[in-house]
Every structure is written in C-alpha cells, then in structure tokens.
Design a protein around this ligand. Structure first.
Ligand code: ZN
Length: 275
C-alpha cells in the first residue's frame, strides 16, 4: 500500500460555535490549527473561511489572509481550498478564489444533492466551468463524492475533458442526503472508482472512526477535523484539530500503515515539490 496521506479539515462551512466552542473561524486561528495538525502529521490543509461573525463565506480577502498565514507557518503543506464554501454561493464567487490564489488543490463536488435541510447545487454548467478553471490554473481537483451517482457523473466529466486522470477522490460519507457511512457503502464507492485513482475518505459524526479505520486498511487516505466531526470519543469534544491527526497516527501505527510526509504525499498525488 502507498503511504497514508492525512488531510486536516479544521473549519468547514456547517460546523458552528454551538456545536463546539473550539471551532477555529478566524484566519489566525485557522492557521494556528493547521500548524499544530501539520506538526502532528497532516500534509494537506482543506481550507474553508468564515466572516468575522463566523458565517461561511467565499470572500476572496478571507481566503487570501488565511492561506497567506498558513503558507507562512507551513511553507510546504498542500493547500486544498473548498469551491463550495457552504450552500447557496454563486458560480463565479465559488471559482474566483481559486483563479486568483491558485492553490495546489481544490474541491470538486461531483453532483447536486440535498444536504441536511439545504440543497447543495453543483449544476453541469458549474462543474464544467470549474473543471476548466482548474485545468487552466494547474489546480488538482479533489473530486468529492457523497453518493455513488457522483462517481458516474465525474466519469462523464473526465471523458468530456473537464477532469484529468488520475483523479483523486474524497469519499464524503454520512451527510444526510448522501450515502450513509457504512462499511458496505464505502466498499461499493471505492469499487466503482476508475483504475489508477487515489482516494481518501471520511465519515461524519458517529461514523468517523469506522470510515477512518477502513480507509487506512483499504489503501485509501484519510481526512479528519472539525468540519466533519467534533467528538474525539463519545461525548468528548476535541479541543484542537491535531487531536484527530494524532488518532489517525495511533491507528495507522497499530495497523502497520506508514504515514506520508509532505514530499511523499506530493509524489503520490502527482503534485510538484514546493520550493
Ligand atoms: Zn469542505
């Protein structure tokens, strides 16, 4: 098996201060959380930003500030910026931070779905525009799949030239409206990915440990952090995102799966080294 790539998703769009008072929302807080997670072994920072009053936003200046601070603290970490930012943002504002800041990776949500009480819109037109913008700006998409139909949809976009092989996938499990975070569902999703793909997975909330353990043992990679799950164990809130990274390290050591450093992760994902 390849070495294990750990992504940290510190903030997300949906987690609130009511869910956990420890959620980092401001640029300095997010950068500090990424630094601690990086020191614990995370090599990709999946970045969302919030307004000063903690609301989800796709504002370019918030990305500029946050990504700038992360780069200062962790010069070689792989930056993976969201292209959704939450629900209901317009196509152009979802794409703009990517074409300006050119992160190494960006999310690519491969279909429209219900998302708890909201609707997560990713129209064919939007996905084609986003795919084209990523190709033109040298950004590697992380194709997020919440449901098996999204794999098929991404295969169509690959065939039509809006995505390029080999694809890196993120299996996003247990969001209401998408696939439940079960063992069978993860196996089914992974079985449907094209040959040569790399993939990562996470399960939201109570399915986090199951999906993490499976991904480590199936040769996938893992994503952890307060975007997806705020509990370190039943009823115990994580105070920092690095605590989840440490948990992955413990499991990976127990299962005998070596963990990738940044240079190794870049090689696995086909990303150039960063000077
Ligand atoms: Zn996200």
């Amino acid at each position: 098996m390849e070495k294990l790539i750990i992504t940290v998703a510190c903030t997300g769009a949906m987690t609130t201060k009511e869910n956990t008072p420890y959620l980092p929302t401001q640029p300095e807080e997010i950068a500090e959380e990424v630094l601690m997670a990086y020191q614990a072994g995370a090599v990709i920072a999946h970045v969302h930003v919030r307004t000063v009053d903690h609301k989800a936003t796709m504002a370019l200046d918030r990305f500029e500030k946050t990504v700038g601070l992360i780069r200062e603290k962790c010069p070689d970490i792989i930056i993976n910026m969201t292209s959704s930012g939450g629900l209901g943002f317009g196509d152009e504002e979802r794409i703009l931070p990517h074409t300006v800041l050119k992160p190494e990776m960006g999310t690519f949500d491969a279909g429209t779905m219900n998302f708890y009480r909201g609707v997560f819109t990713n129209s064919p037109e939007f996905l084609e525009k986003l795919g084209k913008a990523y190709i033109e700006n040298g950004i590697k998409p992380e194709v997020e799949i919440f449901d098996s139909g999204m794999v098929w949809n991404a295969k169509r976009l690959l065939k039509d030239g809006f995505l390029q092989a080999p694809i890196h996938w993120q299996c996003c499990m247990h969001v209401h409206g998408g696939m439940e975070g079960t063992a069978r569902n993860l196996v089914h999703l992974v079985d449907s990915l094209p040959e040569g793909s790399t993939w990562s997975a996470f399960g939201c909330g109570p399915t986090a440990n199951l999906i993490m353990a499976m991904a480590i043992n199936m040769g996938g990679h893992v994503r952890v952090g307060m975007e997806d799950n705020v509990y370190l164990s039943k009823g115990v809130l994580a105070k920092h995102n690095y605590e989840f990274v440490e948990k992955v390290q413990r499991l990976a050591a127990e299962f005998g799966r070596p963990v990738a450093n940044v240079a190794e992760a870049r090689q696995i994902l086909g990303l150039p080294p960063r000077n």
